[in-house]
Structure formats: structure tokens, C-alpha cells
Design a binder for this molecule. Structure first.
Ligand code: SF4
Length: 464
């Protein structure tokens, strides 16, 4: 070790953020961006209505679903920022405790730190090993109620996986916790700066470091965060930065000194592999758990809604479901608790609102960042190109269009990525297990040429 550890508590100002938040509207080419963090992706119908109205009154009317199950209002007009924030806070969309500082923690810090992802089916899937919703509520309260956690970057992210069939497992998280069967009981395996190891995955797997009892999870999270803050330097905003200078053993030893239980660090935990999830449960209608109810899901084209679409979703959730909308990390929506007799009508309504609900619909397999119409870094209009590509996309092919190498639309590596290198020109990458977008297999393609290449690849995956 070359450095002396920094003090245990880092002031939040040491890690200033340019990320949008509810109280931090960030300028973009198409106006301000206001990001609304939703606890575990859940949005109550009145909150959805408030967002739909506020987006129209104070922004361009575009509401974007993010790949962390949140929403952002785009095109916020100059001079409307305060009114927009007030409207959203009034609707109850801010952090716990509202706009005031509580326990010495600013509202903005409490908003930033709520970065916990769960399955959109949490508490609704009989195949899950555990209902994570009570634990998730405890962790969110802990994050927002502990002033020293204001020192975390808004990008610092946690995953709590209950073993649901629908789960996004390929987004790297600073801390991940995943339910693991252990005989008749359930424990939580955990790891740092990565993803749970999934059985049969073609990605490089990093085994779990250790496991704990479900009741020990909040204390473990607290100890992991305190250890990060103790050891990290101001520039080390993510767990991967810390792991570049400290071994996971060092981190676990410090964690063990902080907790009142023993971390289970045996071979069976390292050998554990998570059962693969199935992303098809995000689309169409599916039975939930044993309660006889169903959920329906769909995809707003390219992750973007307008005010009438969000209004319609809120009304549909109130009339046919439990008056909540769950956002998914596929930039989609899921409405839970639909009575069997209302399922087909609900699906028809989703489709009439403009959501893609069938896996065969190419718009469920294309993602694109804001591109040059919304972002100064964009080399081309990725949204328009994505629509043109969708019209020619071969069956089952999934593709990501990125306006520059920052990859804002995808935290995962898509099977194919089109990286814009100039207006209307893209390099084509194929996922091959290496970091980044994978292997570059063609340069400077038009969208028509990209569609032709993807067609050939779909017929013969090894032939570019
Ligand atoms: S990937 Fe690049 S072009 Fe696209 S939104 Fe992000 S920064 Fe902008």
C-alpha cells in the first residue's frame, strides 16, 4: 500500500456529480434533464399522472425510461426548473424527508444515494427464493437516513436479487447481493464491482465472495459502504477503483470487524451459480405468484414515452391493476396484479397506447441513446437510425446504437452494438466476452449496410 487511508467520512462535495437528479437539472442539447429516482422502479398512479403533466407543462413532453428502472423528463425549459421540482416534490417523488435537509444530509444527497435495483417482479414471483421488498425498503431507509453515505457517488449502485425469473443480471453493480439456496434455507451471496455469476453464461464469471443470512443484509450493506468510504480516495468513486488498490480479502476483513456475525466464506458459496433469468417475462401477459393474478408488460419504443402514454398507463394501472406501474431495467413497464379476466383488455390497451408487447416486435430488441438531437457528444441521430434499422431487423437479433463510446443506453454489452463514428455512419461490434462492446467486425456502415450485415450474421453467426 502506497497511501495512508483517507478519513472515514468523505464530504459529499468531494464527489461532485454531473448526473441529473430530481433536484439537479442538467442541461442537454434538447433542454434540461430531470431524473426521477423511483424506489425499486415503482411508480404510483398519481405520481405517474404528476410526471406526465409536469413533463408537458415544464418540458418537451418527452419522458424517458432509464436502464436503472427510473424516469427522466427531457427538454426542461429554461426558467421552469423550480416549478418543475416543486411539482414533483409535491407529488411525493423526492427522497424520504422531502426537500429539507435531515440529520445533516441534504435532500439532493438523499436523492442520489437511493440507487438500489431489484427485479420488476419482486414480491410477485412464486419462483423467487425470497420476497426482497421488505429488505429493499430497509436498505433504502438506511441509505437515505445515514448522513455519511452522502459521500457516495450518485453512480454507486447496489443490486438486490431475490432469484426472480425476470431479473437484469448483466449490469455491473458496485455491490450485488443475490438470494442463494442453502439446503432448506435462503442466504444472500454477495460480490463487489460485478454481477452475480449465472449458470451457463458466456460472460467471464466472478464467484461470490461470501454469504450472509437475510436478516444480516442491512448490517452487511452498511459495513461494505463504510469500508468503501474509509479506504477510497476522493477520485475513487466506484468499487472497481477501490479493488484496483485493495484486495477483496482486505475489504472483507475490514467488513468482518464491523459486523456482529461471521461471513460465510466456504467453497459452496464460491461454487454457487445463479439460475438464469428469462427476459421474456417483461413482455406480454404472465401469471404471477399463487394469488391467481397476472402481470402485463410492454416496451415504449426506444424507451421514450410522451405525456398521453404515461397518463394512459396510470389510468390502466388504476382500473385493472394495483394502481402502480413498475419500470424495468429494459426501459420498459410492467403492470402487476391484473385479474385474469382483465388481462387481454389490458394488453390491448398497452398496445393502443403505443407500447410494443410482443417479442417479435423489433422495437423490443433495439435500444439507442439520446443521440445528436439530445446530446452534444452524439455523432449522429441514433434514435432516428434505430427506427430505420428496426424496420429491417432480423428476428431475434438484439442491437444497441450508441452515439459515442460512452454507452449511456446500455450498462451491459449487447449482442451487437452499432457505434456512431460520423453522421449516419457506424462501426459494428459483436459481443465476444471481452470488455467494452466486443469485437469490431465492420467499419463505417450506413444503416442499410448495418441491416444487411446483421441479416447475414443472423443466418450464419460466424460470418460477418
Ligand atoms: S452515448 Fe454518447 S452520444 Fe449517446 S447520450 Fe451518451 S454521451 Fe450522448
Amino acid at each position: 500500500m502506497n497511501h495512508t487511508p483517507t478519513p472515514a467520512v468523505l464530504p459529499a462535495t468531494l464527489r461532485p456529480s454531473a448526473c441529473p437528479g430530481l433536484l439537479r437539472i442538467v442541461p442537454a442539447r434538447d433542454g434540461g434533464i430531470c431524473r426521477i429516482t423511483l424506489p425499486c422502479g415503482e411508480l404510483r398512479a398519481p405520481e405517474a399522472l404528476a410526471i406526465a403533466d409536469a413533463a408537458r407543462q415544464h418540458g418537451s413532453g418527452v419522458i424517458e425510461a432509464t436502464n436503472r428502472s427510473n424516469l427522466q423528463i427531457r427538454g426542461v425549459r429554461a426558467g421552469h426548473e423550480t416549478a418543475l421540482v416543486e411539482r414533483l416534490l409535491e407529488a411525493g417523488l423526492g427522497p424520504r424527508g422531502g426537500a429539507e435537509a435531515t440529520d445533516g444530509m441534504s435532500a439532493s444527497a438523499r436523492d442520489d444515494v437511493r440507487n438500489l435495483m431489484t427485479s420488476p417482479l419482486a414480491g410477485r414471483d412464486s419462483h423467487a427464493l425470497i420476497d426482497t421488498t421488505p429488505l429493499a425498503a430497509q436498505i433504502l431507509a438506511l441509505l437515505q437516513g445515514t448522513p455519511r453515505f452522502a459521500g457516495l457517488s450518485p453512480k454507486f449502485a447496489l443490486l438486490l436479487d431475490g432469484g426472480e425469473r425476470l431479473a437484469r443480471l448483466d449490469h455491473p453493480h458496485d455491490i450485488w447481493l443475490a438470494a442463494m439456496p442453502d439446503g432448506a434455507r435462503v442466504r444472500f451471496a454477495f460480490g463487489l464491482a460485478g454481477c452475480p455469476p449465472v449458470a451457463g453464461s458466456d460472460a467471464a464469471l466472478t464467484p461470490a465472495l461470501a454469504a450472509v443470512e437475510p436478516s444480516e443484509v442491512p448490517e452487511l450493506v452498511c459495513a461494505l459502504l463504510d469500508t468503501f468510504l474509509e479506504l477510497a480516495f476522493p477520485d475513487d468513486t466506484r468499487m472497481r477503483n477501490l479493488l484496483a488498490t485493495h484486495s477483496s480479502d482486505t475489504i472483507l476483513e475490514r467488513v468482518e470487524r464491523r459486523v456482529n456475525f461471521t461471513l460465510l466464506r466456504r467453497q459452496s458459496v464460491r461454487a454457487w451459480r445463479r439460475v438464469p433469468a428469462d427476459a421474456s417475462f417483461r413482455l406480454g401477459a404472465h401469471p404471477q405468484n399463487a394469488d391467481g393474478l397476472w402481470h402485463v408488460g410492454g416496451q415504449p419504443p426506444l424507451g421514450r414515452m410522451d405525456s398521453p402514454m404515461l397518463h394512459g398507463l396510470a389510468e390502466l394501472a388504476s382500473e385493472s391493476g394495483n394502481a402502480t406501474v413498475r419500470m424495468t431495467p429494459w426501459q420498459g413497464v410492467l403492470l402487476p396484479d391484473i385479474e385474469p379476466q382483465a388481462v387481454s383488455g389490458a394488453l390491448e390497451r398497452l398496445a393502443s397506447l403505443g407500447l410494443a408487447c410482443e417479442p417479435a416486435d423489433p422495437l423490443t430488441r433495439v435500444i439507442a441513446c439520446a443521440g445528436s438531437t439530445g446530446c452534444a457528444k452524439g455523432n449522429t441521430d441514433t434514435k432516428a437510425d434505430a427506427r430505420a434499422l428496426a424496420a429491417r431487423l432480423p428476428e431475434r437479433v438484439e442491437v444497441h446504437l450508441s452515439g459515442c463510446p460512452r454507452s449511456c443506453a446500455a450498462a451491459h454489452c449487447a449482442p451487437y452494438t452499432l457505434l456512431a463514428v460520423a453522421p449516419l455512419r457506424y462501426d459494428l461490434y459483436r459481443r465476444d466476452g471481452t470488455p467494452g462492446f466486443g469485437q469490431c467486425i465492420a467499419h463505417h456502415l450506413t444503416i442499410e449496410q448495418a441491416a444487411d450485415s446483421l441479416e447475414r450474421l443472423a443466418r450464419s453467426p460466424l460470418d460477418a
